[in-house]
Design a binder for this molecule. Structure first.
Ligand code: ATP
Ligand code: MG
Length: 396
């Protein structure tokens, strides 16, 4: 098992540069002598195009320490998870649903199996780093929806009553303090359940898995980026890096772009304010497409200049939402603030916190949009904001 075992997942809206940025990280990692796998879970694969090689359905080694892998979920389901697929097919026909061929119709099935494959590769311990290029957010039930997807599967596929407490594995011992029976005694349903629990734990393990968001300085993309980040936080994933791509050069010397420079600057500032707690990387807009290793290497040279970019940043001054008896509690770490100098504004979609030079824009999750701030307290570097349901909204 490799010790420096990391999974870095790149996510973001369609076309923002996820694949290019992920590929640049793979090059950087390989350059550091780390055994690296660059894997794409996007059905519209383009790693082969970027590296100008023809890829098949299996992992391909393209040079020392660099493997590429475009996951074909259908192939993975049939080849790597045959038992699980058989089990699912039985279960579905038992419930009057059609057989195996219809399994692809279940929501997020393909993404789920791509992630299970990544779990398996991680467990095999062959790589120092697994760099994941994701499908665009919003387009599929991507990683973003994984926790919802997981509970959907848990509910639909695992008749808990029948299986009983045996399936509650020691992996979840923080939650369930029940010992697991001998692994060999587990049946398929238990194995599948365990796999899903393991997968969730892997994705949330802050020392192993980092989520990095790629964005561009444009209104719609910035909005989606905030939403994406907010969900990731709400589900407690470790987002520890933001990449602003396609930044126009300042000295472009062309009238046409003058206004664009101003617009970009506005959104760059907005991103930097919203993500003040995270490392933010700026990537220039290059004069040509980033095709081929040579071009991708430009990002490495211009942006990925330090050696610590693969380390999991423990972003301790991030915000955190939790449910309370009366509504929700938002905790934001603001080290060393003066409690008499904290201003709080609630907008329709954001909470804005101002203190001294510090301004933080925190997008509110949908469920909180009809809530109002009922109180706030600053204690031990943490601002605690209570939300209760607004009076003019009713429970439906
Ligand atoms: N900074 C940049 N300068 C110039 N071209 C870029 C830059 N970033 C990305 N591109 C180009 O933009 C296109 C989209 O980039 P890329 O494929 O990396 O985005 P993506 O987010 O992975 O897209 P998709 O959502 O379709 O998977 C590619 O042709 C790429 O070469
Ligand atoms: Mg892509």
């Amino acid at each position: 098992m490799r010790v420096n075992n990391r999974i870095i997942i790149f996510t973001g809206k369609g076309g923002v540069g996820k694949s290019s940025v992920a590929a640049a990280h793979a090059l950087k990692s390989t350059g550091q002598g780390k055994k690296t796998l660059l894997v794409s879970t996007d059905m519209a694969h383009n790693l082969g195009d970027i590296f100008e090689v023809k890829l098949g359905r299996e992992i391909e080694n393209v040079r020392q320490n660099l493997d590429l892998y475009e996951i074909d979920p259908q192939y993975v389901m049939e080849n790597d998870f045959e038992d699980i697929m058989k089990y699912l097919a039985n279960l579905m026909s038992g419930q009057g649903m059609a057989g195996l061929e219809d399994l692809g119709m279940l929501p997020g099935m393909e993404e789920l199996f791509s992630l299970l494959k990544i779990l398996q590769l991680h467990e095999n311990g062959e790589y120092d780093r697994i760099i994941v290029d994701c499908a665009p957010t919003g387009e599929t039930l991507s990683l973003l929806k994984f926790p919802e997807l997981l509970s959907w599967y848990m509910e639909k596929l695992f008749p808990i009553g029948k299986v009983g407490v045996r399936i509650l594995s020691p992996i979840s011992k923080q939650i369930f303090r029940i010992e697991m029976p001998d692994k060999h005694a587990m049946n398929d349903i238990e194995k599948m359940f365990l796999k899903l629990v393991e997968l969730e734990e892997l994705l949330k393990n802050r020392e192993i898995t980092s989520i990095r968001i790629v964005t561009v300085p444009e209104k719609m993309v910035v909005e989606e980026t905030k939403r994406n980040y907010m969900y990731m936080n709400l589900y407690d994933f470790n987002v520890d890096g933001i990449y602003i791509n396609r930044i126009l050069p300042q000295d472009i010397g062309n009238e046409f772009f003058a206004e664009w420079l101003i617009i970009q600057q506005k959104y760059i500032s907005e991103i930097e304010e919203t993500f003040a707690a995270l490392p933010v990387f700026r990537i220039p807009w290059y004069e040509e497409e980033l095709k081929g290793e040579e071009n991708i290497a430009r990002i490495v040279r211009d942006v990925l200049t330090t050696d610590d970019i693969f380390e999991a940043k423990s972003v301790s001054d991030r915000e955190h939402f939790e449910q309370t008896d009366t509504g929700y509690l938002l905790k934001v770490r603001i080290p060393g603030a003066d409690k008499n100098d904290i201003d709080l504004y609630q907008g329709p979609t954001d909470i804005v916190i101002k203190t001294g030079n510090f301004k933080r824009n925190i997008p509110l999750p949908n469920i909180l949009r009809d809530h109002i701030v009922s109180g706030a307290k600053y204690e031990e570097d943490v601002l605690r904001i209570d939300f209760v349901k607004g009076e003019d909204s009713d429970d439906q």
